[in-house]
Write a protein of this length. Structure first.
Length: 322
């Protein structure tokens, strides 16, 4: 590919990146799931399970048994499900903090994992999500594998409950000898990046993320898997598609507020990664690797090391899932 064509394609990538990656601001709320008060009685917890059919079950547990039992149910409505300001709960009796009749709760704040509300009388209450799963995003790459000095580079999403693990990854991986392929990453490739690298030719940043961040990232990964499977990739040069995958997945992390330090890969004067290529001889195919390496530097305090990852219920060695 000629230099002018490369530069034009890179600019086009920047302009055609999906709205989820570049344009969306703020956080869409989703109340479906199980919640509990942040300051609750751990010996006798009360939990609230909201379902998509506008029902909420009040659950009770005890220190004697891990099983939760339903002690009441109610209905609920929200003025705006994606950006609520008020939740109305209609209960048949006084239970779990809800009065008989209709309880109005004014929403004062929310994010992916918490909900803060106020109702008549008590001080504002903060609820947190209860989730048996843990979620991770891994940004992994290697150099020196392919003919041009680049190597497999891809984002990986992990969901585990300590017993079973689901792993999804998409990007560049080894194809025929010395060359690459693009699509869902085979298990034999992503397994090589499940532990922290010991050589400079590798990079790996492992971040613990929320369920909502996981679902956003998984939607992007599945979209690119489908494009590869159906021959519907956006660019004939697979390295261009891989750059866009890296951007979309990582930039989805901050859709609901700034939680991670991102590098602006936008081909501006300040973008030293993309603007150094190909003018100084750096291969375009190395951009995702250099991008992940910079994100590792920026987010080093958030990196989950092997001892914490494998010591807190990761089930990779037990079972793999797709």
């Amino acid at each position: 590919m000629k230099r002018s064509a490369i530069i034009s394609s890179l600019i086009l990538i920047c302009l055609t990146a999906t709205p989820a990656a570049l344009g969306q601001k703020g956080c869409e709320f989703n109340i479906v799931g199980t919640w509990k008060a942040e300051k609750s009685d751990e010996a006798n917890p009360i939990l609230y399970r909201f379902t998509p059919d506008a029902k909420v079950a009040v659950l009770s547990g005890s220190g004697q048994s891990p099983e939760l039992r339903e002690i009441a149910s109610a209905g609920y409505t929200m003025d705006n499900p994606k950006a609520p300001k008020v939740i109305l709960v209609k209960a048949d009796k006084d239970v779990g903090g809800f009065a008989q009749g209709i309880t109005s709760m004014d929403i004062t704040g929310y994010d992916d994992t918490s909900l803060t509300f106020a109702k008549p009388g008590p001080a504002p209450t903060r609820w947190v999500r209860v989730d048996p799963y843990r979620y991770f995003m891994v940004l992994a790459g290697r150099t020196g594998t392919f003919y041009d000095g680049s190597g497999p580079t891809f984002p990986m999403l992990i969901k585990t409950d300590g017993q079973q693990t689901q792993i999804d990854a998409v990007g560049i991986y080894p194809g025929r000898p010395g060359y690459w392929a693009f699509g869902a990453i085979p298990a034999e490739t992503y397994k090589e990046f499940m532990k922290e690298p010991r050589k400079d030719v590798d990079v790996m940043l492992r971040l613990e993320i929320t369920a909502v961040q996981y679902e956003r990232g998984l939607k992007i990964v599945k979209t690119w898997e489908r494009r590869a499977r159906n021959n519907e990739l956006l660019y004939p040069d697979l390295t261009m598609d891989n750059i866009l995958v890296a951007k979309e997945v990582t930039e989805s992390l901050n859709q609901c507020g700034e939680k991670f330090k991102l590098y602006k890969l936008d081909w501006s004067i300040e973008d030293h990664i993309s603007t150094s290529s190909p003018l100084d001889g750096t291969q375009i195919s190395l951009i995702p690797f250099l991008y992940f390496k910079e994100l590792k530097r920026l987010n080093q305090p958030l990196h989950v090391p092997d001892e914490k990852f494998y010591g807190q219920g990761h089930a990779m060695q037990k079972q793999e899932g797709r």
